[in-house]
Design a protein around this ligand. Sequence first.
Ligand SMILES: Nc1ncnc2c1ncn2[C@@H]1O[C@H](COP(=O)(O)OP(=O)(O)OP(=O)(O)O)[C@@H](O)[C@H]1O
Ligand SMILES: [Mg+2]
Length: 349
Amino acid sequence: MPAIEVQGLAKTYRVYQKREGLLASIGGLFRREYKQVHAVENIGFSIETGEMVAFLGPNGAGKTTTLKLLSGLIFPTAGEARVFGHVPWKRENIYRRRFSLVMGQKNQLWWDLPAQESFRLHKEIYHIEEGPFRERLDELTNLLEVVDLVGQPVRELSLGERMRMELIAALLHSPDILFLDEPTIGLDVVSQRRVQEFLKQYQASHSITVLLTSHYMKDVEALCKRAIIINEGHIIHDGPLAEVVDRFSHHKIVEFQFASNQIPGDLHRFGQVLETNPPRVKLEVVRNQIPGTLAEVLAHYDVEDVSVHERPLEEVIAEIFTNNRSRENETEGAGLPTEDGRASLSAQS
Ligand SMILES: Nc1ncnc2c1ncn2[C@@H]1O[C@H](COP(=O)(O)OP(=O)(O)OP(=O)(O)O)[C@@H](O)[C@H]1O
Ligand SMILES: [Mg+2]
């Protein structure tokens, strides 16, 4: 049975729109104006037990809204969702014990109390027996290296330490599914890696199902094999993370090393010249023009070495979001590499 099944899920918020100026706000007393925000529109996906899936999208795409729906914090406008067979917004106690939601932007621990007090509270709320509670707390504080910090008021902890405490609180009751909403936001690279390592380790030993949103592609690459990309409330990609670059990047990077420091002057004919560092040049070439480019350059110039690379995931994702080209891709199937494009990569690089 899949862990999560979502069908036709939609959430429209009704937002009161304040009109500008005093007169308008007096007017507002009599006639309120509302605007509909379609945060999530008709999305559907299914996630297997034990999968770790990235949920990606630009600001305002509908990621947090989806996680809130799946956690039963808000009601949908339309559609269905089941998590381990439970409808989240029915808020059954039995479901509450099966999931956890961690929001990097929100503090869920008591600010003035030591984390261990919040953990105790969790123990009561979730009816965790003393024995298992001790065991889990030991395991988690050790894995996250915060054994010495649990007695300190949360407000005195660094952001990274606090995040680790949040993760402990979220996992104490051994949920089967973890919704992580930007768990590494604001953390430095070292803390980010620590959280990634922990999640990887924890997932491997407990085969928990994870749905993760993050704006850091490093998190995603470290943890997830599959990505669901959402933009303006619609899913625009659902599949292997490795295919994102294939599908959305229209270009590849071709790097030539010429026999001498004399760089041909007409390379811009083949694509954008990204970097000239004689005798090397980096070009951005449209996928299906790579074979032709290679053939022509090799035929006319003295080339010592050549390589073809994919562009980094980070860059491709950023491009999807800024250009909003994604929908074109979906409807036209553009951006999919031609057979030629693939063949050239394996033959030439
Ligand atoms: N409580 C709310 N009331 C009204 N509109 C909301 C509410 N929560 C979210 N929205 C709107 O719904 C849309 C989706 O928001 P959501 O928080 O799900 O985006 P997100 O993908 O999590 O973005 P981010 O990457 O910035 O966290 C946005 O346009 C947002 O303004
Ligand atoms: Mg969000």
